[in-house]
Structures are given as C-alpha cells and as structure tokens.
Design a protein around this ligand. Structure first.
Ligand SMILES: [Zn+2]
Length: 521
C-alpha cells in the first residue's frame, strides 16, 4: 500500500483540476479501453515529443516511491531468476533492432518486484517494469513469464509511454509521476478507502495514460518476436494468452488487474491465432523445469497468502498421495511447504520438508542449489548461523560466489562478529558493488559487515550509497554527512583517509542531485 503524504495528496487534488482539461471521453466512468476516441492520441509512427531524459526522470520519480513502499520486495533468489529472463529479452530486442544504443544507455532497465498477489505487470516510464509476485506464481513455464515481460518491454522500446503522455503537455513530470503512482495505488487495493477517494480520478487518468489498441497489438507483435529471438518457446506466448482469455471469460478482473490494462480484444486474439497457426510445435522436453516450479512456489509464499493457504500447502505436502504425483509437482509442494512452515513459526516441520525435498532434486544442479539456498535461509532465520554457512559451503561455486550466496554469507558472518572470513566476504561484496553500484541491497549488507568489522566511516558511506541506489537523496545526504562527522572525530590514516575524500565528493554530487530534484517541483 502506498502511503501518501499531505503534499502528495495536494498534488492529487491539483491533478483533479488538470483532468478537466482532458476530453470528455477520458472522463467516462472506469473506461476499460480508449477505443472510442484515439483521435486525440498521437498515432503510431508519429515521433514522440517527450525526450528520453524527461521520460527517465518520471520513471526515477515513480521508482523512488515504489522502492519505499513496504510491498516492494528485494528477494535475491527471485530477483536472480527474473534477471535470467529479462537480460536475454533485452538482448533479443537489441538484436532485432527494436532497442537502439541510446535508449539502452539512457533508460534504467530495472524490474521492481511487488509483493502483491494479483496477476499484474506494467511498463513504467524510463525503462522500469513492475512485476507482481501474483503473476510469477500463476505462470506454468518460464516461457509464459517471458511472454508477458517481452510484451511490456516492447511498450518501452516502442516508446508507447512517451507517445501516450506527450499529449499531457500541460503537466509537469512530477504531476505525471504522481498520477501514475495514483493509478498503481488504486489498482493495488481496490477495497481501500484511499482507492475509493482516488478511484474516480484514477479511472480518468488511466484512460489518458493507457495504451491504444494499436499499441497493444504492436507490443504483442514485437514482444512475440523478441521472446523468440531470446530463445524462449513462442508456445509460451500462446498459452499465456489462453490463460488470460480464460480469466477474462470468468470476468476475473479482481485478481487479474493485468486484464484491465490488457483486455483480450478480438483483434489481439485474431493476431494470436494467426501466429499460433505458424508455430511448429517443439519437441516437448521430458525434463521438468524444477527451477521454475520452485520459483512459483517461492513467489506464492512470499506474497503472504494468509494463514489458511499456508496450512493447506502443508496438508498437501503431508498427503500420502503426493509421492505418486509428477516430480515437478512434488518439488513445488515441498519447497512451498518448507517455506510456509517457517512463516507459521514451525522451523522443525520446515526442516522435515526440506529433508524430503533434498533427494528429489539430486541430479538437477539448479534445483539442488535452490534447495541448499533455502536450507541456508531457514537456518539463518532460526539463528543457526553455523548451519547457514555450512549449507552455503555445500553449494559448488566458482571463484566468485553468485549474488544470493554472497549476500547470505556476509549476513551470516556479520551476525557472528568480526572475523577474517567476514573480511574476505566484504572484499568480495566490494567488488560486486563496484560492478553493480545500483544494487542498494548489496550496499546495505556491506554496511552491516563493515560495521561489525569496526569500520564505521566506510560503513556509513556504504549506507549512503545504499540510499542513493534507491534514489533517496535526502537519506543519502544524511548518511554521507554522518560519515563526514565521523571522519572529523577519527584520527584518519590509510584507507580511511581515502574514504573521507570519497565521502566529500559523494556528498557534493548527491547535494546537486537533490537541488535538481527540488527545482523540478
Ligand atoms: Zn500492453
């Protein structure tokens, strides 16, 4: 749930006045589609007025709010999986000439994961994409998930957002960003009082900012070819379509908000049927995608589905018939049950499910690794730090541990206090953030490790970098200033001397970002 400050509410109120400027069709109650009056929108093929910089600024503003939202989730395991789909899609778009070098350089290409249980994904300005855990938990294959992501990616590469909002020339980027946040808040929890207050406005705004039918068809067409280029099975596009069509026939708009922004129009369906006829079916792989079924189970449990579902998941895992089910089903149920048991504060039962799960995934390196990671996670949560480190050490790694392992390891070592092992972890994490300075969570974990090693100045700076990665400029300034104060009180030498001068430079650059942000208002 997005929290609205008084200032933001004032903006929303101001926005009401702006809504009066839009044509009457846009103010119809909760229009599902802007099929009636697209004349006011720029047509396809027309250049867009909004610059890449302006669109990115709006996206940054929205992302900054979403990162602060308690429903934003930074789960290293799910994040790694989503990235493994996203990166080939972005590369595929580039290979097909849908994504030019300038756009790739200027936009963020970041995915914001929301804990929400509803089935939704949405392209945001500036190359951000929102993805709900609810969507991950209902897709039956990675290809289905990739098809939705490719469709949304194509809205970005085809500059559909800029084309839709460049009409709103009277609005400042701040107002556009606030409007989009309003739509997101209202679509997230339709029952909330806040959504009721904003509902009418959000509907009107949604109609201004939603994509035209032609844009949807273009995103289908481009998305389909991008996912195929990236090596995904196009059958996933077809089966995802069928899934949405089915939900649409059931009028399941509550749990499928994706259908509100992506109605199954007859044109879209006809296009899809034409594509389907061209498909030569791939030889069905007899190997179950255990990695994917683990991810769907994880997404479902992390979306906090409520105590009844957690218990029913456990019952399913205890059902004597489970053993006769397909392997993928067994792995899905046992992984989910182990995680569910932890949420139900039953660590011993969680361990029991883990022990049943382990032999099932042997022979599948990706799935075994995920089960080991879960084992480390559950041990860590039960304060069994040695157990967590042992589980991590059993995962075969190359010279550089992967992100989930690295974060888990440094967190466990940090809790145990200063050590030479922690020192090693810190230097590995340092090289990670050097390559991924946008990784706010890694900076945060690094800050904790540095503090445990007694390096206060470096820890404060890492905290500042973490805030900066989430684009919280005032938070970053606060931490960098604290680092400056600390450096004045310490007799500086060696590494700290260098760190102090880095902090000065970082503070100056954040201050100028912050001033720039104030001027935009
Ligand atoms: Zn779309």
């Amino acid at each position: 749930m997005l929290k609205w400050s008084r200032k933001q509410r004032a903006w929303l109120a101001a926005m009401g006045a702006v809504c009066l400027l839009v044509p009457a069709w846009a103010q119809a109650p909760a229009p599902q589609y802007i099929s009636t009056a697209p004349a006011a929108l720029p047509s396809l093929g027309e250049g867009s007025d909004m610059t890449l910089t302006a669109e990115r600024k709006i996206g940054d503003r929205i992302a900054r709010e979403l990162y602060r939202d308690p429903d934003y989730i930074d789960d290293p395991v799910l994040d790694e999986y989503i990235q493994s789909l996203w990166k080939p899609l972005v590369a595929g778009a580039k290979a097909r000439g849908e994504l030019n070098a300038e756009l790739q350089e200027r936009f963020a290409w970041q995915i914001v994961l929301g804990r929400d249980r509803s089935v939704n994904a949405f392209a945001l300005p500036g190359g951000y994409m929102g993805l709900h855990l609810g969507l991950i938990s209902v897709v039956t294959s990675r290809d289905e998930l990739a098809s939705v992501m490719a469709h949304e990616l194509s809205h970005v590469t085809q500059r559909h957002i800029a084309r839709s909002i460049s009409e709103q020339a009277r609005m400042t980027p701040l107002m556009i960003g606030t409007m989009i946040l309003g739509i997101l808040a209202a679509s997230k929890s339709p029952q909330s009082a806040q959504a009721l207050i904003m509902g009418g406005q959000a509907a009107a705004i949604r109609s201004q900012l939603s994509f035209s039918r032609d844009m949807e068809r273009e995103a289908d067409r481009v998305g389909y070819s991008v996912m195929t280029e990236a090596g995904f099975d196009p059958q996933g596009f077809v089966s995802m379509f069928a899934k949405l069509q089915q939900a649409s026939a059931l009028n399941d708009n509550g749990s499928f908000p994706y259908l509100r922004s992506h109605p199954m129009s007859t044109e879209r369906m006809a296009d899809m049927q034409a594509r389907q006829q061209l498909l030569t079916p791939r030889a069905a792989s007899d190997k179950a995608d255990l990695e994917h079924v683990i991810m769907t189970a994880r997404a479902r449990i992390l979306s906090q589905p409520g105590i009844d579902l957690l218990r029913s998941w456990t019952r399913e895992a205890n059902d004597a018939q489970l053993g006769s089910q397909p392997l993928a089903k067994q792995v899905h149920v046992l992984y989910g049950a182990a995680l569910a048991q932890w949420s139900l504060r039953e660590p011993q039962l969680a361990t029991r499910f883990l022990m049943r799960l382990t032999p099932l995934v042997q022979g599948d390196a990706k799935a075994s690794r995920l089960v080991q990671l879960l084992s480390a996670e559950l041990a860590f949560k039960s304060d069994n730090l040695q157990g967590a480190l042992r589980a991590l050490s059993e995962i075969p790694t190359g010279t550089n541990p992967r992100r989930p392992e690295l974060l888990a390891q440094v967190q466990a070592l940090t809790r145990m206090g200063a050590s030479s092992a922690l020192d090693t972890g810190i230097s590995q994490l340092r090289s990670w953030v050097q390559q991924h300075p946008e990784d706010g969570q890694a900076w945060q974990v690094l800050a904790g490790g540095l503090m445990a090693q007694g390096r206060a100045l470096q820890s404060l700076r890492a905290e500042g970098e973490s805030q900066l990665a989430r684009m919280d400029y005032s938070g970053a300034m606060d931490r960098f200033k604290a680092a400056q104060d600390a450096s004045r009180q310490l007799p500086l030498q060696g590494a700290d001397l260098i760190e102090a001068s880095i902090v000065d430079a970082r503070l100056r650059s954040v201050q100028s970002l912050w001033r720039e942000q104030l001027l935009e208002r």
